[in-house]
Ligand binder design. Structure first.
Ligand code: HEM
Length: 424
């Protein structure tokens, strides 16, 4: 076994121990995921995902170095210059320390915060399981646009446009569910828990509910006082080819591998026919379907999206319940269920296997098999569920920490749809 798979195994082991701890604590009626009891296991999981580097031994200063007083023959001007340079270099460093996220940031201000998020989300999920993929997608659309600052949740006002109204965000869902969770938080701890933290924690829970891995989420994010509709157009499109997708993710600091991993989120949820219909009939200006698609799968998707035909069953991914009624209005609303029929190890692995068989629903998904490096990762994830779960956990932690506001930057909104500072 190579070193990489050894680490995967360790990660699995720690994740298993953590899950056990959480279950035991839950059976005991408490909330453990972020409580003290499971903290050592959460830290062990973090260590297995991100092994700590050895501390660097400080270099001994040799005589004759810059700190050697005898060598300091600077005049007043040089000292002032050095002071200025030092100030300029250190200030960003100091403020970046001040703005670091923390483990269990709300432990004193609102110790029940994470329990409230988790239990409310689970209550909603029990009634309507579409909440989980909806919130997972929301966090991506939030974090990709100016960082994880809940800007995507803001409604339009007379002074400010809203990200929600832009084309890439028009089919986002889950806003009411976020409102419900926020109102529970506000009842318990008014004005304390940010919408940005709410969203990343709820997304983590959503991944777990969808059969994906648990990953630790540090907290302390603040909310933006601004929405960025113009930046929303930088979100990837379902019609993008591979180089464009790679470039878009690279612009946010993600590697090719991480891009492949992140798209594994398409293991769960729904996708409307309008996002892939052109692939089925008139691909690339021809009268033919996309040649990279499996022909039987093309027929299947045509039957799902065509309101005149009856629904076909028995394929994976399966036709969605939303695809049953047959009025013309519903034609637009027809959708494919991306749930690749798996819980536990099914999350991810079936999505990548589907890609290898030409059964990617959106062009952007199928394109992952078009590049040498990306196709290599697709193949690896299709055969190694634990490697995918470990990488997905890591990349979701990275996504959740993208360009956050913290410390003195940003605010805590009391209503996720409106900024709290009165100017807007
Ligand atoms: C190239 C990048 C991506 C593109 C072009 C893309 C595009 C889309 C589109 C068009 C849909 C269908 C929406 C609908 O029918 O209403 C969708 C669904 C979804 N996307 Fe993505 N996506 C991308 C990456 C991601 C990432 C990185 C995540 C999360 C980490 C994600 C999570 C989801 C989820 C969970 C759904 C299902 C939503 C639901 O059922 O409500 N997507 N995506």
């Amino acid at each position: 076994m190579d070193g990489g798979s050894e680490k995967v195994k360790n990660g699995d082991h720690v994740n298993g121990a953590l899950k056990k701890c959480l279950e035991e604590k839950k059976a005991g009626g408490g909330d453990a995921a972020d409580g003290n009891r499971c903290k050592p296991k959460i830290e062990a999981l973090e260590n297995s995902l991100f092994p700590k580097k050895k501390p660097i031994t400080p270099l001994r200063l040799r005589s004759g170095s810059l700190t050697d007083r005898s060598a300091m023959k600077y005049d007043g001007k040089t000292s002032l210059l050095l002071l200025l340079v030092g100030y300029c270099l250190l200030m960003p460093l100091i403020s970046s320390f001040a703005s670091t996220l923390e483990y269990d940031y709300y432990r004193e201000s609102c110790p029940q915060a994470l329990h409230i998020i988790r239990s409310t989300l689970r209550r909603i999920y029990d009634r309507n399981s579409t909440v989980a993929p909806a919130i997972l997608r929301l966090v991506f659309h939030d974090c990709f646009v100016k960082g994880c600052d809940a800007s995507v949740l803001l409604d339009r006002t007379v002074f400010m446009g809203s990200e929600k109204d832009t084309l890439p965000n028009q089919s986002l869902k889950g806003f009411d569910d976020i409102d419900l969770i926020k109102s529970e938080l506000e009842d318990a701890c008014p004005g304390v828990v940010s919408c940005a933290d709410l969203l990343v924690v709820a997304a983590r829970e959503s991944v777990v509910l969808a059969g994906g891995p648990f990953y630790p989420v540090h907290t302390g994010r603040k909310d933006s006082d601004h929405s960025y509709p113009e930046v929303s157009y930088e979100l990837p499109s379902p019609l993008d080819d591979l180089p464009t997708t790679i470039a878009r993710f690279a612009s946010r600091g993600f590697t090719e591998k991480e891009t492949v991993t992140l798209l594994g989120a398409h293991s769960t949820g729904m996708i409307h026919c309008k996002f892939f219909e052109r692939r089925l009939y008139k691909f690339g200006g021809t009268d033919q379907p996309d040649p990279s698609m499996d022909p039987e799968f093309v027929d299947f998707l045509r039957s799902v999206c065509n309101t005149n035909q009856t629904q076909t069953q028995g394929h994976s991914p399966s036709a969605s319940p939303a695809a049953s009624p047959s009025s013309s209005k519903v034609a637009e609303e027809r959708s494919m269920k991306m749930d690749y029929e798996g819980r536990g190890s099914g999350f991810g692995i079936l999505y990548y296997r589907g890609l290898l068989q030409g059964k990617g629903i959106m062009f952007v998904d199928q394109q992952l098999t078009a590049g040498e490096e990306t196709a290599n990762w697709v193949r690896q994830y299709a055969s190694d569920a634990s490697m995918f779960h470990r990488d997905f956990a890591k990349v979701m932690m990275k996504l959740s920490s993208t360009q956050v506001l913290s410390g003195l930057s940003g605010e805590v909104r009391t209503n996720c749809r409106e900024v709290s500072s009165s100017l807007w």
